[in-house]
Design a protein. Structure first.
Length: 201
């Protein structure tokens, strides 16, 4: 048996040795962190929420169905999936809703300012087709419109509008996830902030 007294004495690490040990430990930590970040970047994104999936699977009738039908049968419908892949500002409105009508020019301005940066705008009217047709003939807008119909309130609630009020706006990123909601009329300033802070890519 070896006598502890015969063992070579242990000496504390010299400053240079300590420095090398610290550098090595830091290197290992950085490598582990880098590997973790790489795994996270390469890992699949979480699945869309049920309400988001339901919206992207939906299609809506155009309000000017008679005019669209004269060009092609398929153009009488707007498929939400056609807007997937780029940011989308979705606005629920109605002809009888004064704040809705007031904000339409703000939404049209957002559409003009940010369409070249990848943003899309879609209006969904919670109204009757006849009322929307008459309204849009008098006051046309330059972004797509479709009918959410009388069940539109249920759709707005599923997307986060607990009160079911109008107007209600929802923004989706390019992956189809909700990134912003607003109950009540929007304004140009907050829409510009939305467009600038959530750009494609």
């Amino acid at each position: 048996m070896t006598d502890p007294a015969d063992s070579p004495p242990t000496h504390p690490a010299k400053p240079n040795q300590r420095r090398h040990l610290l550098v090595a430990a830091a290197g290992l930590g950085a490598a582990a962190l880098g590997a973790g970040l790489a795994w996270r970047a390469g890992s699949p994104k979480p699945a869309l929420a049920e309400a988001e999936q339901a919206f992207w699977a939906a299609r809506f009738e155009r309000p000017l169905a008679e005019e669209a039908a004269s060009t092609s049968a398929s153009s009488t419908w707007v498929a939400a999936a056609d807007f997937r892949g780029k940011p989308l500002l979705l606005n629920f409105w109605a002809t009888w809703c004064a704040p809705c009508v007031k904000e339409l020019p703000e939404l049209a301005q957002f559409h003009r300012e940010f369409k070249n940066q990848g943003w899309q705008v879609l209006g969904l009217a919670v109204d009757s087709p006849a009322a929307v047709q008459a309204f849009l003939k008098k006051l046309p807008v330059d972004f797509p419109q479709a009918m959410a119909g009388t069940t539109g309130t249920t759709l707005t609630r599923s997307l986060g509008n607990a009160q079911g009020g109008l107007p209600f706006s929802v923004a989706f990123d390019a992956d189809g996830r909700i990134i912003w909601r607003k109950l009540g009329a929007t304004n140009a300033e907050e829409l510009r902030l939305l467009g600038s802070s959530h750009r494609p890519g």
